[in-house]
Design a binder for this molecule. Structure first.
Ligand SMILES: [Zn+2]
Length: 136
């Protein structure tokens, strides 16, 4: 019987964790991702997308998912400049984070009223130090 390792509001993150578990030989699958694609608000109400594994793999899968959450798996990434944490083009420091632009958030709110799906690929970077914004 399949057991839920963890639930995600972002179905793409669920697929990333699923792929990470598969890389360790765990036969993980993603469940309820179609809710997020068809109706985002309903997917949120139903608890998001789940990563599931057979019961005998649950303990190992939860350990790997916890390592993912803690950022411990980032040490496995190759040393490539584009994978390193960014810094602000204005003040040269950080931390910086990715956010949806205001117009995208307003559109998401408007479409949410009509129950439409809202996938967005547009995003901006914001500097937590000086507040500068730039396109990702
Ligand atoms: Zn800055």
């Amino acid at each position: 019987m399949l057991q839920t390792v963890e639930r995600f509001l972002d179905p793409w993150e669920a697929h990333i964790v699923c792929a990470r578990l598969n890389a360790d030989g765990i036969p993980a699958t993603v469940a309820f991702a179609n809710h997020a694609i068809i109706d985002w608000p309903a997917a949120l109400a139903l608890g998001g997308t789940a990563v599931q594994v057979p019961e005998e793999h649950l303990a190992q899968a939860r350990r790997i998912a916890a390592e993912y959450r803690a950022g411990e798996l980032e040490a496995d990434l190759p040393e490539e400049p584009e994978l390193q944490e960014g810094c602000c083009p204005e003040c040269g420091s950080g931390p910086v984070r990715q956010v949806a632009p205001l117009r995208q958030r307003l559109l998401a709110g408007l479409l949410g009223i009509f129950g439409a799906t809202f996938p967005t690929r547009e995003s901006e970077m914001v500097c937590d130090n000086c507040g500068a914004r730039w396109e990702a």
